[in-house]
Design a protein around this ligand. Structure first.
Ligand SMILES: [Zn+2]
Length: 383
């Protein structure tokens, strides 16, 4: 396991790099790139001025992260539109590090003396997002973040590939057999997730936590006293972002989870990979640009690890099966110490998200967790 690489990695801006080494799609069906009506506003969202007020010296990072959202040409992977990721993904992920091994490693890959200090982790879950939808839709924000960070188009959900079970794994670091969430509805009689969760572990370590979600059933994942600020914003991305941005501006926690429901809603209403859903992906991309802009305006970007992923994919108007279309999810990390253009291995499982977040925040990973920190995000990109 490579450690400390983030402290010596490439911090310089690099030319746009192909972000995936997947071969051309084997069954690519021509599909128009969605030119969203939001393209103009999206372009505006990524033209964010460099902050003129610099963070305190202890927090400042000389990494190029504040220029994270500088418009960049689309990565060359955009030419390989098609359901590549789902078709070529390999299920049956392997947990590379046992919890004991994870505990035995330094909790943070960054030396405290290094500039890659991470003081905040923001996890954005785009509900129902297939990785090949990013390739087909117009997503300048996600494209820019991918070129600046580490990305896998072949991370894996747990089974069944439904929202609550997978968000439970994503935010608890555990498989369903351990986290105990086997249902996918909002039913207070069914109780809470079995901890420790990402939030309870972070909170016990003295860190502030917040969740802003677009589905009320996610409250099943909130253990008492573990989330300082839990907000069910409403069932749309716009409502969620409208709550998340003031939180960033006035009460930014060390750990922030943001759940965006629109892509899943479009999939259920019209169909996965339909033009309507791809337009929803594009609009969600624009809203993520607003979140990144808020982080930048408040000078948090240089000290924030941003993880963007999903809970499951889908096909037709459904999900929940063990098919690659349902279980393959994108997994993106960008932040201080993460070199640009890192292509991550395919062994990432959604419960690794929680372990990665705790590791970045220098909080010990609970021994009962299945997840392992994805430390490959801090390894230099291969040539
Ligand atoms: Zn979902």
């Amino acid at each position: 396991m490579l450690l400390l690489a983030g402290c010596t990695g490439n911090f310089g801006l690099s030319a746009p790099t192909p972000i995936a080494s997947t071969p051309p799609p084997v069954a690519a069906s021509p599909s128009p790139t969605i030119t969203a009506a939001t393209a103009e506003s999206t372009a505006a969202a990524i033209s964010i001025p460099v902050p003129t007020v610099l963070p305190a010296p202890a927090e400042i990072s000389p990494t190029p992260y504040p220029t994270l959202v500088t418009p960049t040409p689309p990565p060359t992977v955009a030419a390989t539109h098609g359901p590549t990721a789902a078709a070529t993904s390999t299920p049956a992920p392997t947990v590379l590090a046992t919890p004991a091994e994870a505990l035995a490693t330094p909790p943070c890959p960054c030396d405290p003396a290094c500039p890659c200090q991470i003081n905040h982790v923001v996890i954005i879950s785009i509900d129902g997002l297939r990785p090949d939808a990013i390739e087909r839709a117009d997503t300048p924000i996600l494209d820019g973040l991918r070129t600046q960070g580490a990305y896998s188009p072949a991370a894996q959900a747990v089974l069944p590939s439904v929202t609550l079970v997978n968000h439970a794994a994503m935010l608890s670091g555990m498989s369903p057999a351990k986290h105990g969430i086997y249902w996918n509805s909002n039913d207070p009689d069914l109780g809470k997730i079995k901890g420790p969760t990402l939030f309870s572990a972070a909170h016990e370590a003295g860190l502030s936590t917040a969740m802003v979600v677009g589905k009320p059933k996610l409250e099943h994942l909130v253990l008492p006293g573990s989330v300082d600020n839990y907000i069910y914003a409403g069932f749309t991305d716009r409502q969620v972002v409208n709550e998340a941005i003031p939180l960033i501006q006035t009460n930014m926690p060390a750990l922030l989870f943001i759940h965006l429901p629109d892509v899943d809603s479009a999939g259920h209403a019209i169909g996965w990979m339909s033009l309507a859903q791809l337009l929803a992906v594009s609009m969600t991309d624009s809203l993520i640009g607003e979140i990144v802009a808020a982080l930048q305006e408040q000078d948090y970007l240089s000290q924030t690890l941003l993880i963007i992923t999903s809970d499951h994919g889908g096909s037709g108007r459904r999900h929940g099966s063990d098919s690659p279309e349902d279980t393959t999810i994108p997994w993106l990390a960008v932040g201080p110490g993460v070199p640009a253009g890192v292509v991550l291995p395919g062994e990432i499982t959604t419960y690794d998200t929680a372990a990665t977040a705790l590791s970045a925040l220098r909080v010990p990973i609970p021994p009962e967790w299945d997840g392992r920190p994805v430390l490959e995000i801090f390894e230099p990109a291969s040539p």
